[in-house]
Design a protein around this ligand. Sequence first.
Ligand code: HEC
Length: 140
Amino acid sequence: MGALALAALLASPLAWSHGSVTPQAVDIKDLERLGDDWREENPYRDHPQQELAIDIGARAYNSNCAACHGLEAKSGGIAPDLRELENGAWGDEWFKELVTNGAERNGRVLMPRMSDYVSQEGLWAIRTWLETVSMETTGQ
Ligand code: HEC
């Protein structure tokens, strides 16, 4: 790669391939805080604040994930349809894996590490919302 091309790459860390996504802060002020250690399971499932988490998660999804994963999690084919993600513990593990590591293939970033942009609380809120539109939940 020429030096110029490399410089262009470095100058645009958020030049994601599917149009630019500007990560949005997620307002989590009323949600129970989770600390720095990542949970293995969605802490807001069957939690007194589950409804609040769903609400926050729906908005956070639209501003941080929908550009690639589609509105209402219905993928337009660019990225996987997140309604197909399993509910429960196994789905949680996979969700955590992806949002804290991102995805890359052959050195190309397919999905940035979303935990760099959205708090753990915001991401689990998104997961809580995703479970309400999941194919398992809606029977689709
Ligand atoms: C720049 C585009 C982009 C953004 C933004 C993005 N993703 Fe992704 N995501 C992808 C792609 C592409 C894949 C597939 C990666 C692969 O095939 O290895 C993926 C995979 C996933 C998976 C695994 C799905 C599966 O069925 O295996 C999860 C979970 C996920 N993303 C969650 C999220 C969440 C939550 C957000 C928002 C906080 C988000 N993503 C934002 C592009 C994106």
